[in-house]
Design a protein around this ligand. Structure first.
Ligand code: CIR
Length: 263
C-alpha cells in the first residue's frame, strides 16, 4: 500500500471573506469568494468520492490565507508535524490546526525553533523519501528541524531547490503515483527527480503542475488540456476542478487539504 497516495482522511478549511486580502506574488484581480466557495465544494466532494472522510473546518477571518491548510502541517503515517509558515501573516495558522491533528493522531510534534521556517507547499512526500524545497518560505533551519523530527519515524529528508520566483517547490510538481512525478520542465531540468518517472506538463501549462493524487483520482486545475491529456494517456483517472480564484493567490490543488491516514 502506497502511503503517499492512499488516504482515509483529509482536512480542509472553508475560505473566509478576508480571502480578498490573501497574499499574492502579482495582483491580477480580487478573488471572488462565491466562486471560490463553489470550487472548494467541488474539491471536497471529489475527495469524498474516493471514500475518504473529509473534516471541514470553519473559516478563520483573522487569517486571509487559511484556506491553504497544507502549509500548516506535514501528515505522515506515524504522526503529524505542525509546521512554522515563513509568511509572517500565516504563522498563527499552524496553532489553529494543531488541535485538529491531536484529535486524530496519537503522535503530533512541532517545529519550534524561532529561526526555523517551513511550509507544507515545499514538501513532497513519496514512498521512498521526503523532498523539501528551500524557498522564500522554507529555510535550512526548518528543513534541519523537520529532518530531526521525522528520522525516528524512519523517514529521510532530501533538500532540493525551488526554481527562482516560484512560491513553493510543489507549485511546480506533484506525485501521480509512488514512482511518477508531474513537473514543470524548469524544475525537472534540475535533476532532482532522477530515479522517478517524470511526466512534464504541456508547453505553456506550468500552472497545471500542482495536482494531487488522492486514492484513485488525480485532482487537477481545470483549463490545461495538454497536461490533462498527458496524465490520462499515462493511465490515470483525472478530475478537473476550477481553480481560477485560488490561482489569483498562487494556490492550487495541494494547498487546499491535508491528506493522511491517522495512526
Ligand atoms: C500564500 O502566499 O501563502 C498563499 N496565498 C498561497 C499558498 C499556497 N499554498 C501552497 O501552495 N501549499
Amino acid at each position: 500500500m502506497s502511503f503517499s497516495t492512499r488516504f482515509t482522511h483529509a482536512i480542509t478549511r472553508a475560505p473566509s471573506a478576508s480571502i480578498t486580502r490573501g497574499l499574492r506574488a502579482v495582483d491580477t484581480s480580487t478573488p471572488d469568494l462565491a466562486l471560490m466557495q463553489a470550487h472548494h465544494a467541488a474539491y471536497i466532494a471529489t475527495l469524498r468520492e474516493t471514500g475518504a472522510t473529509v473534516v471541514e473546518l470553519p473559516p478563520l477571518d483573522a487569517y486571509p490565507d487559511s484556506v491553504f491548510v497544507e502549509d500548516t502541517a506535514l501528515c505522515l503515517p506515524q504522526g503529524a508535524v505542525v509546521l512554522r509558515p515563513g509568511a509572517p501573516s500565516r504563522l498563527g495558522e499552524a496553532a489553529e490546526m494543531a488541535p485538529h491533528l491531536l484529535a486524530l493522531y496519537a503522535q503530533v510534534v512541532q517545529i519550534t525553533q524561532p529561526d526555523s521556517f517551513i511550509e507544507g507547499g515545499d514538501i513532497l512526500v513519496t514512498d521512498r523519501e521526503i523532498l523539501v524545497g528551500r524557498s522564500a518560505r522554507t529555510n535550512a533551519a526548518g528543513i534541519a528541524e523537520l529532518t530531526r523530527l521525522t528520522a525516528p519515524w524512519g523517514h529521510s529528508v532530501r533538500e532540493v531547490h525551488t526554481p527562482p520566483g516560484v512560491l513553493h517547490f510543489k507549485t511546480d510538481c506533484s506525485l501521480l503515483d509512488a514512482d511518477t512525478i508531474l513537473s514543470t520542465r524548469r524544475l525537472s531540468a534540475s535533476g532532482c527527480f532522477t530515479g522517478y518517472r517524470i511526466i512534464d506538463v504541456a508547453q505553456g501549462e506550468d500552472a497545471a503542475a500542482n495536482t494531487i493524487r488522492f486514492n484513485d483520482l488525480i485532482l487537477m486545475p481545470a483549463g490545461f488540456p495538454g497536461t490533462r491529456d498527458a496524465i490520462i494517456a499515462a493511465g490515470f483517472t483525472v478530475r478537473e476542478i476550477g481553480n481560477s480564484e485560488c490561482a489569483k493567490l498562487d494556490g492550487g490543488m495541494s494547498c487546499l487539504s491535508l491528506r493522511f491516514t491517522p495512526s
